[in-house]
Design a protein around this ligand. Structure first.
Ligand code: PGA
Length: 276
């Protein structure tokens, strides 16, 4: 294990990712991104802010990050190149300077046939390429009602890691530089876009469970290292409740990230919890 890495990474920093999904045209995307960078430059807040933008905007937005906003894709293929019409690759993201990608979002799972194996292969390609991977997991309402949420999360994480080809902690942490690469977003499907967020207690319970899964399968240091974000109807009015929980390192925000002022408020409230 790399000495001191886990300790350094558990320094209490919070992470906020806005997932723009398939929203905004070019003018809106640029205006919003520009305002966000300006806001972060002025406020100098101690918070890691990322936007997962539609892929068509990445090459232009990457020039506007000013090292203040991390730019992510919403999906990426596991092959380096090939006849895969409509896909984008890790080397393409790297060549632009994009920092990583979401993988296995429930909307990809529900609408585009994504599963634990494909999500895991995408995650493996990102980590091997030294880019950030945000693996999205989460149970359906039926699975929660049947008391199966923990089994579902364990299966999602384990199958994804098996498919990723990432075998051990060293491989995950090996290309570690200044910022973490491995993120898991706990997004209960029933909370996404529904306006009915999980309770902070439900989220904390699931996050603690996920952290234990990482410790159990990959070692305690990886359990400490992995950043676990909550997603599902997070907004300015509830973000502090989630981010105050000990195992919640940040939030993945969909709908509320599309509104500039609401997102600024979320940044400020999240940052207020961090000792700068
Ligand atoms: P939401 O979406 O914040 O609109 O619930 C979260 C997500 O899909 O990542």
């Amino acid at each position: 294990m790399i000495e001191g890495v886990a300790e350094m990474l558990r320094e209490g920093k919070k992470y906020l990712i806005g997932n723009w999904k398939m929203f905004k045209d070019e003018i809106q995307a640029h205006a919003h991104f520009h305002l966000l960078a300006q806001f972060l430059a002025e406020k100098k807040i101690f918070l890691d802010v990322a936007i997962a933008a539609p892929s068509v905007f990445l090459s232009d937005l990457v020039r506007k990050t000013q090292n203040l906003v991390t730019l992510l894709a919403q999906n990426v293929h596991w092959e380096r190149e090939g006849p895969f019409t409509g896909e984008i690759s890790v080397p393409m993201l790297r060549s632009l300077g994009v920092s990583g990608s979401l993988v296995g979002h429930s909307e990809r799972r529900l609408s585009f046939g994504e599963n634990n194996v494909t999500a895991g292969k995408r995650m493996g390609a990102l980590l091997r390429g030294g880019l950030k991977a945000v693996l999205c997991v989460g149970e359906s309402l039926e699975e929660r009602d049947q008391g199966r949420w923990s089994r579902v999360l364990e299966t999602q994480v384990c199958q994804a890691f098996e498919a990723s080809g990432v075998k051990n902690a060293f491989e995950i942490l090996g290309s570690f530089a200044q910022s973490p690469l491995l993120f898991v977003a706990y997004e209960p499907v029933w909370a996404i876009g529904s306006g009915h967020a999980a309770s902070p207690a439900q989220a904390q319970e699931a996050h603690s469970f996920l952290r234990n899964i990482f410790s159990f399968y990959f070692g305690r240091d990886v359990g400490e290292y992995v950043k676990i974000l909550y997603g599902g109807s997070v907004k300015a009015s509830n973000i502090k409740d989630f981010l105050s929980c000990p195992d919640i390192d940040g939030a993945l925000v969909g709908g509320a990230s599309l509104n500039v002022q609401e997102f600024f408020q979320m940044c400020e409230r999240a940052a207020s919890l961090v000792k700068g």
